[in-house]
Design a protein around this ligand. Structure first.
Ligand SMILES: Cc1cc2nc3c(=O)[nH]c(=O)nc-3n(C[C@H](O)[C@H](O)[C@H](O)COP(=O)(O)OP(=O)(O)OC[C@H]3O[C@@H](n4cnc5c(N)ncnc54)[C@H](O)[C@@H]3O)c2cc1C
Length: 441
């Protein structure tokens, strides 16, 4: 081994959700020196463009709202959607830390409330936590980066992409980082991969997710699957590579998304013939993407009314839609029929509510929606401590992974994605990894 240019206790590749949480929690130990190498905050992380909805079961916010929930119930909901029983131990480990983690974020000065008005398919009770004011993930990332900046034992190095791992035999002993036109060899006792998935790499997408067709791509440019090229040569296992976080709520021509809560407030989906084709409440937005993909033109129109609008308009998604002019209005049934390009009787039939659901009333709102991919869900196999495993289920010494770099919680298919899974596996595994490293160093 040649000498290092720099040595730290822990090197974190990627300064998004997982990388930030890992560093924040590691830094609680003042004797640890941590460096976070970030490809580009200018290009951004998916956490920053996310809705910032944090799924956790059993928080004090739920208790205060009279919502009965537990980590086990959360895990069971996730597994009922994914069917991925083999991944149960990881799901349960993440759900166990989720309430403490969400409360810790709140106690760090971030204004959190329970999204009682954010129902989601497959979620047995309201468990998405959000910022008061509903400004989404950008606000959360800014807050966490602010916390990091105040820590004397963490260096957050921007515009410094990690390019590879440094090895001593089969042990990972550091990372190679590109900065200011030169390459630095950074030695570290532990390396954490938090570089997210591969949704922006066309070759990997074609190989693993070609069945998604040519979806709108709603994620950040930095998710190019860099870590895969580093871990495959050292024998890491990959899992569920054919699953993604998809959205069937992407507004055509705008790229914004309408709120997943709309169907729970009576919104209906119609195809180009003006016919309903799906139980709108029965599918999460990821599974709805697959249904839209099967339609002619891969598009549908979502229709809702003023009551549904009032219930959802404070979300950052609806604000984005309204600001960008992605939503059309129809004052009457006749206008709606014109907007849908169908006859009035067809439009009237489309609005017929299924038993037990509310009837939409004029004036109406409508948006043409299609399917998109937001982030990939397949990745490296990790154990309950976040350690990367090889093909024989042995930890690769010195190496951890979390968030979109690791296998996610959706199971083998995008249909199994539950709302909140993404940040749960990123923040949650960052939390777990930090605890493990602190206990082992
Ligand atoms: C539009 C949208 C909405 C979403 N909404 C939600 C939601 O409300 N709730 C939820 O739970 N999930 C949501 N998700 C999913 C969630 O954002 C991701 O699952 C989560 O951000 C993944 O965390 P991460 O730390 O793995 O990746 P990221 O947050 O993307 O961070 C990865 C970081 O690694 C950096 N990086 C990449 N390669 C390198 C390299 N070679 N060297 C150094 N750094 C590198 C990137 O620049 C980036 O900063 C949403 C996703 C999208 C796209």
């Amino acid at each position: 081994m040649t000498a290092f240019d720099l040595e730290v206790d822990v090197a974190v590749a990627g300064g998004g959700a997982c990388g930030m949480m890992t560093a924040l929690r590691l830094a609680q130990d003042p004797d640890l020196v941590v460096a976070v190498f970030e490809k580009s905050t200018r290009e951004g992380c998916n956490a920053a463009i996310s809705s910032g909805s944090l799924a956790a079961g059993g928080t004090r916010f739920q208790v205060a709202a009279g919502i009965d929930d537990l980590p086990q119930q959360h895990a069971d909901d996730i597994l009922a959607a994914s069917g991925d029983e083999e991944w149960r131990p990881v799901v349960e480990a993440l759900c166990r830390v989720a309430p403490t983690m969400v409360e810790w974020i709140a106690d760090s000065g971030y204004p959190i409330e329970i999204g009682s008005d954010m129902p989601r398919a497959g979620m047995s009770v309201p468990r998405l936590h959000t910022d008061t004011g509903r400004r989404g993930g950008g606000r959360l990332v800014k807050h966490l980066r602010g916390l990091l900046a105040g820590l004397p034992n963490v260096a957050f190095v921007d515009e410094a992409p990690v390019q590879g791992l440094l090895l001593d035999g089969n042990r990972v002993v550091g990372v190679e980082v590109r900065q200011n036109g030169s390459t630095q060899r950074v030695g570290a006792d532990r390396v954490v991969l938090a570089t997210d998935g591969f949704a922006q790499d066309p070759i990997l997408m074609k190989e693993h997710l070609g069945h998604l067709g040519e979806p709108h791509n709603g994620g950040v440019a930095t998710a190019t699957g860099d870590a895969l090229a580093w871990v495959l040569p050292i024998g890491a296992q990959l899992r569920n590579m054919g699953a993604a976080l998809r959205s069937g709520l992407v507004v055509v021509g705008h790229g914004t998304r309408v709120s997943p809560a709309l169907p729970f407030n009576g919104a209906v989906l119609v195809n180009d013939d003006g016919d309903r084709f799906v139980d709108e409440e029965a599918h999460g937005y990821s599974s709805m993407a697959g249904i839209l993909q099967q339609l002619p033109g891969e598009r549908a129109t979502m229709v809702w009314d003023a009551t549904a609008m009032a219930a959802t308009r404070e979300s950052e998604m609806m604000r984005d839609c309204l600001d960008s002019g992605a939503i059309s209005d129809a004052a009457s049934l006749t206008d709606l029929a014109r907007g849908l390009r169908v006859t009035v009787p067809v439009a009237r039939a489309a609005l017929e509510p299924v038993p037990g659901r509310r009837r939409l009333e004029a004036p109406f709102h409508l948006a043409r929606v299609t399917h998109g991919v937001l982030a990939t869900q397949g990745g490296v196999v990790i154990d309950l401590r976040g350690r990367v495993l090889d093909a024989r289920d042995r930890p690769i010494p010195g190496l951890y992974a979390g968030g979109g770099t690791a296998c996610g919680l959706a199971g083998p298919s995008s249909d199994g994605y539950s709302s909140g899974n993404g940040l749960l596996s990123a923040f949650g595994m960052g939390w777990i990894i930090a605890e493990d490293i602190r206990a082992s160093l």
